[in-house]
Design a protein around this ligand. Sequence first.
Ligand code: CP
Length: 310
Amino acid sequence: MTPRKDLLDIASLSNEEIEFVLANAAPFKDLFRRSVKKVPPLRGRTVLTLFYEPSTRTRSSFEVAASRLSADVTHFDVEFSSVVKGESILDTVETLEAMQLDYIVVRHKQAGIPNLIARNTAASVINAGDGWHAHPTQALLDAFTAREVLEDLRGRRALIVGDIQHSRVARSTSLIFRRLGMEVAYLAPGSLMPRQIPDEITTFGNWQDAFDWKPDIVYLLRVQSERLDEPFFPSATEYHNNFGLTDARLKVLNDRKLWLMHPGPVNRGVEITDAGMNYERSLINQQVENGIAVRMSVLYWLRPGAAPVA
Ligand code: CP
């Protein structure tokens, strides 16, 4: 396998690279059951988290992952940095470059910013979510989690429900699921369904048709209100009644023993209810725990200073 400097999306990964990251996440997860959870591979390395958008799970799990690999971890607080005085992304990166960091984990509302940074630094750049484009570590942790419960994903079905249009998670996770042999379908209101969808992805406009398709996993998405210039549906109640996982729909999941996933954060009362959060086949907390193991595996795999893949 050619050493890889950056992780920017799922599309550019080979199957071998995906399998390498997933396979190495398992022993890292085994560490979490031990009293000492730290191992030395990144001793002497520095990881910087550079988040221009809010995050709970991704940022903290990268920081925990880096620290469990014995790296030094620093957070760049954009709100209190010279970015607010107008410093450009590239000038910020040049300044960071002088600090000889090894890994930069970046989230930005604009698609392509992690790629731009990757081209201008010797550090390994990991895309922690860029606009609507990609969220590759979310996809890897979703695949790892789905495999924990379904084992072989070939021939299995995932129904992704909600704001597909604005979701980097839907793009990245549907891609990795398909690469691993799953069939993927989208269920969304017309206003939140992308105009261009790969032919292999089935689309639905209502839950009944989607349930008839017999999914193994129902993967809910939050409506990304922060990316909506204007309302894409009349009200949260209307959305919940038509596209949310109501208690009646949750009963169908329970009767058919379907698995429930969500990348978080959730909006209770919109795409999910309190009962949905407590559903016994919900994998939401497992996704969060696996996020640390998968991100340890990603940090372990990337090679700072390697030639960027064209
Ligand atoms: N799933 C996810 O990216 O969550 P955060 O926005 O909390 O990082």
